[in-house]
Design a protein around this ligand. Structure first.
Ligand code: PGA
Length: 252
C-alpha cells in the first residue's frame, strides 16, 4: 500500500512571519492524521524558521530547489547538504515554473534529482505537458521523455523511494483541474513506463502526486483514483483551512 503524500508548494509566497502563522493554523488541524505524509515547501530563506515550527510534528519539510553541486562558487545557490542541515527531508525538482522561467531541461532535472538523492533527501520530480502539447496529442510522448530524462542513471532501489508529481501545465494556477479521468490516465501511463524501465514492484512502490489547481472541492475525487497517491498543491496550500481539508481528504 502506498501512503498518500500531500505537499504544499509555497512558491515565492510567505515570509517567516506569514509561514509561522500558517503552520500555527495548520498543525492542530492535521496532528491526528496518521494516514497521510504531510509536507510543506517554503522558500529557501524561510526554511530554517519553518523547520523549527514543524519539528516534533507530523509535518515534514521540503525545499523547492537546489543546485546540483556539493559546494563551490555558485552565488545565490543552495546545496542538498545545506538543505538537509536546516531540516529538509524532501526537495522539488523539475517544476514547470523552473523549466519555463529558468530554462531547466531534462538533463539538468536529472542532475538535480541525483543530487537530492546523494544528499539523502527525497526528490519530488515534476513532469507535465503544456496545453499545446496536449492538444497536439503529444502528452504521452512528452511525459515519457520527461520521465526517462529525469530518471536516467537512477537505480530501481532509489526510484522506489522517490515521489513523482504529474502537473499538467495548463492546470497550474489556472483554476482548471485535469478531470480525475485525465489525471488517472496519465498516472497509469507513468506507472507503466516505470514498470518498463525498472520492474513491476518498483513501479508499484513509487508514489505519484497530481498537481494543478487541487482544492477542497476536487481532492476527494482525485484521491479516489487508483494511481493518484497524493497531491502537490500551490494556491490551496497557502491557507491553513484549505490545506488541512486537502490533507484530511475523505475516501468515498
Ligand atoms: P496550483 O499549483 O495548485 O496553484 O495550481 C500547483 C503547483 O504548481 O505545484
Amino acid at each position: 500500500m502506498r501512503k498518500p503524500v500531500i505537499a504544499g508548494n509555497w512558491k515565492m509566497y510567505k515570509t517567516v512571519e506569514e509561514g509561522l502563522a500558517l503552520i500555527e493554523g495548520l498543525a492542530p488541524q492535521v496532528s491526528a492524521n496518521t494516514k497521510v505524509e504531510i509536507i510543506v515547501c517554503p522558500a529557501a530563506p524561510v526554511l530554517g524558521a519553518i523547520a523549527g515550527a514543524v519539528s516534533g510534528s507530523n509535518i515534514g519539510l521540503g525545499a523547492q530547489n537546489l543546485y546540483p553541486k556539493e559546494e563551490g562558487p555558485y552565488t545565490g545557490e543552495s546545496s542538498g547538504a545545506m538543505l538537509k542541515s536546516v531540516g529538509c527531508r524532501y526537495c522539488i525538482v523539475g517544476h514547470s515554473e523552473r523549466r519555463e522561467y529558468f530554462k531547466e531541461n531534462d538533463a539538468f532535472v536529472n542532475e538535480k534529482a541525483r543530487a537530492v538523492l546523494a544528499a539523502g533527501l527525497v526528490p519530488i520530480v515534476c513532469v507535465g505537458e503544456s496545453l499545446e502539447e496536449r492538444e497536439g496529442d503529444r502528452t504521452f510522448e512528452v511525459i515519457g521523455r520527461q520521465i526517462d530524462g529525469a530518471l536516467a542513471g537512477i537505480t530501481a532501489d532509489a526510484v522506489a523511494g522517490i515521489i513523482l508529481a504529474y502537473e499538467p501545465i495548463w492546470a497550474i494556477g489556472t483554476g482548471k483541474t485535469a478531470t480525475p479521468e485525465i489525471a488517472q490516465e496519465v498516472h497509469a501511463f507513468i506507472r507503466r513506463r516505470l514498470a518498463e524501465r525498472y520492474d513491476a514492484p518498483t513501479a508499484e512502490a513509487v508514489r505519484i502526486q497530481y498537481g494543478g489547481s487541487v482544492k477542497p472541492a476536487n481532492i476527494d475525487i482525485l484521491m479516489s483514483q487508483p494511481d493518484i497517491d497524493g497531491a502537490l498543491v500551490g494556491g490551496a496550500s497557502l491557507t491553513a483551512d484549505s490545506f488541512a481539508r486537502l490533507i484530511n481528504f475523505e475516501s468515498p
